[in-house]
Design a protein around this ligand. Structure first.
Ligand SMILES: O=C([O-])C(=O)C[C@H](O)[C@@H](O)C(=O)[O-]
Length: 412
């Protein structure tokens, strides 16, 4: 099964104005779709980030993969490493570049291997231990619509009543049985009130709050203590392993992260200082599905619970996340997904991935179990070409509407 061609297609889809500590989502979310084609006519799918810098690296590496066998993943990783290096992203997250680029190709190769063997990707990861994967309702503070546009169907959520209404809508439509609120947007007391309102409205539901490291250690400890008995876990309240360790020692609930443990070398300091209790896995930056399984084994070794992280994504990623979660015995909590926010837009044909009672049944067909919708891919690629988003960044978009906005951390 020799790779003959690799197609890399950037796409754009509508994204609602969701607020986070860095600003607001732009009207279009960007992703990159990868198709790996072998000499025996099989095609595998992968999905990854869509920013221009990453896209350039994916395109460059795609050319270097032609001629490799889809089983030669170690050689593929080494080749990508020589091209993009193990350099780190700057900012609060520091994933390895090679892992971020390799991931999309690895998923596509596993899709091909599953198709060739007639088995689902979850079988290639050790076999599923659950038939469906629970996801949580991922709530965001939100404007009613993008400025200058009609309100979208989700409406505004700028206070606790709006957040509770949003939770009701998502739970009614998807059946979610747990809730995560993206925080770090408003002063902590406003977000504490929203969590309390959710607790009152849904007393049985596990709740999580994630301010994306927007708080100081002191604020994090105060919020953690105030939400004793209410939060299942508190995610990335503050930046860095030392700060998280201080908070963890002082609050009653476990701390979760997708920000301070994002590469293997973060495990020793994080576990030695008991900085986290929960790791949010994400195959897009942990180097694909197999390497993510290794990270799950590390979590098992160090007694860390697990959930899964998401960014704005489409169905290829949802399928990959679902296979990985199904084959991860120590996945403890319902996973994050942005799927409701894509509101039916997708590059895969409908039907393979459905939410029932907040969970997605693990596809049983060969490979990822999803099929590319070529018409939708063409439309989304055209949107990418014309939407004009890729040269901008979140903060400048936010500052156009609120010049006083600053995404500096800690904010409180
Ligand atoms: O910790 C998280 O869940 C994220 O940071 C995921 C996303 O980037 C989220 O913040 C967003 O979509 O605004």
């Amino acid at each position: 099964m020799i790779i003959q061609q690799v197609h890399v297609t950037p796409v754009a889809f509508r994204d609602p104005p969701l607020l986070n500590a860095s600003g607001v989502h732009e009207p279009w979310a960007l992703r990159t779709i990868v198709e790996v084609v072998t000499d025996d006519g099989l095609t595998g799918l992968g999905e990854t980030y869509g920013d221009l810098h990453h896209l350039g690296r994916v395109r460059e590496c795609a050319k270097a993969l032609v001629g490799l066998d889809v089983h030669a993943l170690n050689t593929m990783y080494a080749r990508i490493d020589t091209i993009v290096g193990t350099g780190r992203r700057s900012g609060t997250t520091k994933e390895k570049s090679v892992d971020r680029v390799f991931s999309a190709f690895e998923v596509a190769c596993l899709d091909i291997r599953g198709k060739a063997a007639g088995v689902p990707v979850s079988d290639l990861l050790g076999g599923k231990v659950r038939d469906s994967v629970p996801y949580s309702a991922y709530l965001f503070y939100k404007w009613a619509g993008h400025p200058g546009e009609e309100p979208d169907r989700f409406g505004a959520a700028l206070d606790e009543a709006g957040i509770v209404a949003q939770a009701k809508l998502l739970i009614e439509e998807y059946g979610f049985a747990s809730i995560k609120l993206k925080g770090g947007v408003f002063p902590p007391d406003v977000e504490i009130a929203a969590i309390r309102a959710l607790h009152e409205a849904f007393p049985e539901m596990p709740l999580r709050l994630d301010p994306n490291a927007a708080w100081t250690v002191e604020t994090s400890i105060r919020v953690g203590r105030e939400l004793d008995g209410v939060l299942q876990y508190l995610e990335d309240p503050t930046a860095g392993i030392p700060g998280m360790a201080e908070v963890a020692a002082a609050v009653p609930m476990p701390l979760a992260t997708n920000m301070c443990v994002v590469a293997s070398e973060h495990f020793p300091p994080a576990t030695a200082s008991h900085a986290i209790g929960v790791l949010l896995l994400d195959h897009h930056y942990w180097g694909g599905l197999t390497r993510s399984s290794h990270i799950a084994a590390m979590c098992d070794t160090f007694g860390l619970a697990m959930s899964m992280h998401s960014n704005s994504h489409l169905g290829i990623s949802l399928a990959a996340m679902t296979h990985l979660a199904a084959a991860t015995p120590n996945l403890t909590f319902a996973c994050d997904t942005h799927t409701p926010w894509q509101d039916g837009q997708d590059v895969v044909l409908p039907g393979a991935l459905r939410f029932l009672d907040g969970a997605v049944a693990v596809p049983t067909g060969p490979g990822l179990g999803v099929e590319l919708d070529r018409d939708a891919l063409a439309v989304m690629h055209e949107q990418y070409e014309t939407c004009g988003i890729r040269a901008r960044d979140d903060t400048s978009y936010m500052q156009r509407f609120d010049p006083s906005f600053s995404a500096r951390r800690p904010r409180w």
